[in-house]
Design a binder for this molecule. Sequence first.
Ligand code: AFP
Length: 344
Amino acid sequence: MTQTPKSPTEQVTLTQFIIEQQRGLPDASGTFTLLLNNIVTACKQISHRVNRGALIGVLGSAESENVQGEVQKKLDIITNDIMVKALDWGGHLGGMASEEIDDPIKIPKQYPKGKYLVLFDPLDGSSNIDINLTVGTIFSVLRCREGVEPETEDFLRKGTEQVCAGFVLYGPSTMLVLTTGNGVNGFTLDQDIGEFILTHRNMRIPEETSEFAINMSNQRFWEPPVKRYIDECIAGVEGPRGKNFNMRWVASLVADVYRILNRGGVFLYPFDLRDPERPGKLRLMYEANPMAFIIEQAGGLCSTGAERVLDIKPHDIHQRVPLIFGSKSEVERLIGYYQQPTTE
Ligand code: AFP
C-alpha cells in the first residue's frame, strides 16, 4: 500500500480524526478522546525511550520476573510505569490491567474514576529490544460499570465488548494502528511536531496470500491440522496448493500483525503439545483480543482453530490462547482442517 505524502494543511492529526469520528455519536462526551490522548502521550514517551536505547541506559535485563514467570527487561518495567502514570490521573478510567502486573491496577484515591477500563501490554516483543528490532505497545479499551471499584471479574469480558483496540509500533517509524469498530486506520508519528498523522486510511488485509508466519522450531509439538497446513505451504508449486509460499517470523506480534495488515499472510501461534497446561503462548486480554478486533475490522479472521477469538469468555486475566489470524481464505482453510477428523 503506497502512501502519497500530504502537505501540512491537508494532514489529518489523530486528535482531529477521532473528534470527527466521535461527532455524531449520540452519547460521545469527549471522554474517549481524552483517554486516547493519554494513551498516545504514554506511547510517545515510550517511543522516545526505545529510540534512545543504550544512550540512556534502558536496555538489558532487570533481573526480575513478571507474573508470567518471564524475565523482565528494564524497559518492561519502565514502559509499564509510563502507561500507569499517563493514565491513572485523567478521570476517564475505572481501572487498568497490565500484562506485567498480577492484579488489576486501581486508580489512586485522590483521582476521579471514569467509565472505561484499559488493558495493555506495555512492551510487546521485548525480547527483541536488545537487538534493535521492532517492538510495540498493545492496548484494549472496555466500558466500566460506573461508580464501582472494578474487580478482576469486571475485566473478564469477551473481545466483542471492546470499544477500541490499538497498537503502537516502535520501528523505523513509530506508527499507531487503531480501531474503534469502524475500520482500521494507521497513523505515523511526525517526530518534528510530535503528532500522529493519518497515513494509512481504512487498512484492508488482502484476502489471498502466499506468506505464512510461525515459529518452526515448535514443529514437533504441533497438532495435525497445523502440520498439514504448513506441510502443504512448504510443498510449494509441486504440492496440493500449487503455489510457492514464503515464510516470515519477526517474533514481535506487533510487527507480524502490521506486515499482515499491509500485504496479507497468515500468523500462527497454535496450541502445541509442549505443556498441556499451557494452551498457547499469547495472552488473550493483552494480545489476542485487541489484535483480533483489529484483524477482523480489516477484513481478516482470527481464531484459535476451534473458535473465534473474540467470542472467548475469559476465565483468567492472564490467560493464554492459541492464535491463528490473517487473510480470510487462509484462516478459513485452517479452521476447515481443524474441523476434519484427523488421520494420525
Ligand atoms: P516477548 O514480549 O517476551 O518478547 O514475547 C513476544 C511474543 O509474545 C509475541 O510478540 C511474539 O509473537 C511471540 O511472543 C514470539 O514467541 P517465540 O519467541 O516463542 O517465537
